[in-house]
Write a protein that binds this ligand. Structure first.
Ligand SMILES: [Zn+2]
Length: 724
């Protein structure tokens, strides 16, 4: 369920090519990335507006007389205030009826969605903030810093579309000629093993580095899948008929081949040859499609692995590419039947098919890395591809290839390092409050509470940025005057990416390094059950989330709400199956599990009746929708409970400021169509409800604003749904 969330990060890498992801169960399925932003735009959003505008405070005009009997479902008086333009023609909205709608109204009415984007929000505004800061450094003066110089040169090469357009696909040709000159399987192995020749970067498999599920102090290579053009059996059995996915790849590959100088018929033949080779995997594909559980992932020692895969020397190839597969000596295979097929067919007899298949997959990876025409035309063929301006294009390409270098640049030149100890202190305060919260729960035994507290105390705090990063160096990227081209720089960047990816393989997870140490200059916070770590990235410490000059109330309503949310993930339906070190272990009694499930059931019932977009449809979330969002909803509620316990300990706590900030971080203006998509697929509730629902569950909020039965924000004590 969470897999698509990590994909928002993985999508940045562009080093994909898999359809199945066989190791997801072990790793990514349990990752919770709370960036939730469906875009990463850099264009300025004009006038953020007054972020905490509200006319109505305690004692304000009461809501219109409620007609309770007409509709007593949850949130009956709410609108989805995150839909763009929704306030038009709407009368006054009292915060007693719909808190998020009242608080964010002024901002939303002035919000502008930039061209090509689908929304604007607290997230996109903060994304704009850090993108702007990064661009200023990339465009700024050189310093005595080789990595920064490389990044500045990289940026200049990527944005120099004139030169790139003049070069066209010529820089790619020598690599293609090299591949196509191969005439034996032995040469093919040499090609795959040579990172300077093999642009794809692996022996045509998609991989991830995962933490060992039963021994989280070690990592291992997981071969998720073979790089398939299609995973649809129909694509192989029905002659020329193609599914939409394959048709796009087919057109794109032929376009690239023709741009490289192949004739129409040659291009067609190469694609057909590639598909013909892949056709040999059909039995494996069918077996998986017929029963996804029928081909479970397996973990082998390296010796067993090498014994099993004798034709295709996968382990040796990865060794040559810089992956220390022998450090712990285990490899996981996601879909064994596919890798078996690849191994069986890795022979001189199939060499033409293997070459064509490798070429097609490689070209599909490089559509954004040539000239502008290729970028634009292949985006059109793709249907959903967007064309970004030069700055954003360059930033995205850099984040896809050298993310750690961009992160380090951000921390060194854009980020106020004083913020890190401040956030660490706030996080400690949250953990302390959380400990008390767990101890006070009446449905957990003392033994289980002790385990929970131990887990809480053992959480690895990854705040803002790591003190120590893996020792991986990118080959220096020069200027065009020094003979560097955009393509040669991208190839160096992709090589760096692979080495960075491989680095954790040769280190123990003993806390010295962050296990997941990339993208901390982007807007994300996440709890990782696999190493029991809380990750609050530098990229989220700004905008509506954090400012060091703010009073505590605003910090609690902003960034700390996110911190508490992540803490709760350590004890949600997923996190509770992992122990203090990140090993998969059950530590609840059956009785406690039952009590937990009952609490979750009540929450599920509430959400299943809640209508996500009442202005456009009266269809509620329903059971399925409630299941999708429950984990995130539980975490929002847990976080607010924790924050309120901290508030109670403060003198003269400004509840108004605190509650409003909770709504401000959820401000959102998203086009209707995109909102429908969000509701159907995102595992977070709509943003407006991420403020309203948690708030209405606590008397501190209801009493502060004098909210009573009949007000839209009111929720009777017996209907409340906090799980923690
Ligand atoms: Zn979450």
């Amino acid at each position: 369920m969470k897999r698509k969330l990590i994909s928002s990060i993985l999508a940045l890498t562009m080093i994909v090519g898999t359809i199945f992801t066989g190791c997801g169960k072990a790793e990514t399925a349990n990752v919770t990335v709370d960036n939730g932003n469906e875009q990463s735009d850099s264009e300025r959003v004009s006038d953020a507006g007054n972020e905490s505008a509200s006319e109505d405070i305690a004692g304000g005009a009461p809501a219109a007389e409620a007609d309770k009997s007409a509709d007593d479902r949850p949130g009956a008086k709410w609108i989805d205030s995150g839909i763009y333009g929704t306030y038009e023609g709407m009368g006054e909205i009292s915060l007693k009826d719909d808190f998020a709608a009242a608080i964010n109204r002024d901002w939303a009415e002035g919000a502008k969605i930039r061209e090509g984007a689908v929304n604007v929000s607290a997230r996109t505004e903060q994304t704009d903030n850090y993108n702007e800061a990064k661009l200023a450094v990339l465009n700024g003066g050189k310093k005595d810093d080789q990595d920064l110089t490389s990044l500045q040169n990289y940026y200049a090469l990527l944005t120099d579309w004139d030169t790139r357009n003049k070069d066209g696909l010529a820089p790619l040709k020598p690599y293609v000629e090299d591949l196509m000159s191969i005439s034996s399987i032995e040469e093919m192995t040499k090609y795959y093993s040579d990172p300077k020749r093999n642009l794809y970067g692996t022996p045509m498999v998609s991989i991830s580095i995962i933490t060992e599920p039963l021994d989280p102090f070690f990592n291992m290579l997981c071969i998720q899948s073979v790089s398939l053009l299609s995973d649809e059996p129909d694509d192989y059995q029905k002659g020329d008929q193609e599914t939409e996915g394959l048709a796009i790849k087919h057109k794109t590959a032929e376009y690239m081949l023709k741009r490289l100088g192949y004739s129409e018929s040659e291009a067609k033949e190469i694609f057909d040859t590639a598909k013909g080779f892949e056709n040999k995997f059909l039995p494996g594909i069918e077996a998986i499609m017929a029963d996804m559980s029928g081909d479970p992932s397996i973990t082998l020692t390296v010796a067993e692995f090498e014994e099993k895969y004798k034709n295709l020397p996968v382990a040796d190839i990865f060794r040559s590419l810089g992956y220390d597969v022998d450090f712990k000596g285990k490899i996981m295979v996601g879909y064994t039947k596919l890798l078996d097929s690849f191994d069986e067919n890795y022979s001189d007899e199939n060499i033409e098919g293997i070459k064509a298949w490798t070429l097609v997959n490689t070209l599909l990876e490089f559509t954004k890395y040539c000239d502008f025409e290729t970028y634009e035309e292949t985006a059109k063929l793709n249907g959903s591809g967007t064309i970004n301006d030069a700055d954003l294009y360059a930033l995205e390409t850099m984040e896809a290839t050298v993310p750690s270098m961009v992160d380090q640049m951000y921390v060194n030149y854009c980020f106020d390092k004083n913020i890190k100890p401040q956030v660490a202190e706030l996080t400690d305060m949250m953990i302390e409050a959380y400990r008390k919260m767990i101890i006070e729960e009446d449905w957990l035994s003392d033994e289980t509470k002790a385990v929970a507290v131990e887990k809480l105390d053992n959480i690895k705090l990854h705040i803002c940025y790591p003190e120590k990063v893996y020792d991986v160096k990118c080959d220096a990227i020069g200027t065009s005057a020094e003979g560097e081209t955009a393509l040669s720089a991208i190839i160096k960047g992709r090589r760096y990416f692979r080495l960075s990816e491989a680095a954790p393989l040769s280190k123990k997870n003993d806390g010295t390094y962050w296990r997941y140490d990339t993208y901390y200059s982007t807007l994300a916070a996440m709890y990782m059950p696999q190493d029991n770590s809380m990750n609050i990235f530098a990229g989220i410490c700004g905008g509506d989330y954090y400012d060091e000059s703010w009073p505590l109330e605003k910090k609690l309503g902003g960034l700390c709400m996110i911190v508490g949310h992540e803490l709760t993930h350590a004890f949600d339906t997923t996190g509770s199956h992992f122990d203090k070190d990140g090993a998969q272990k059950e530590w609840w009694t059956d009785e406690e599990q039952k009590a937990f499930d009952e609490r979750v059931d009540k929450l599920l019932k509430y959400y299943s009746e809640l209508v996500p977009m009442p202005q456009i449809s009266d269809v509620p979330y329903g059971e399925e929708g409630a299941q999708l969002i429950q984990g995130e909803a539980i975490s929002d509620l847990g976080s607010l409970k924790c924050l309120l316990s901290i508030a109670k300990e403060q003198e003269n706590f400004d509840y108004d400021m605190f509650f409003k900030q909770l709504a401000v971080i959820q401000k959102q203006a998203r086009y209707e169509e995109a909102e429908k998509e969000y509701v159907a697929t995102n595992d977070h509730p709509v943003e407006a409800y991420r403020a309203n629902v948690p708030l209405q569950n606590f008397d501190d909020f209801l009493n502060f604003y004098g909210i009573k039965e009949g007000d839209g924000m009111y929720l009777a004590p017996e209907d409340r749904i906090t799980v923690w």
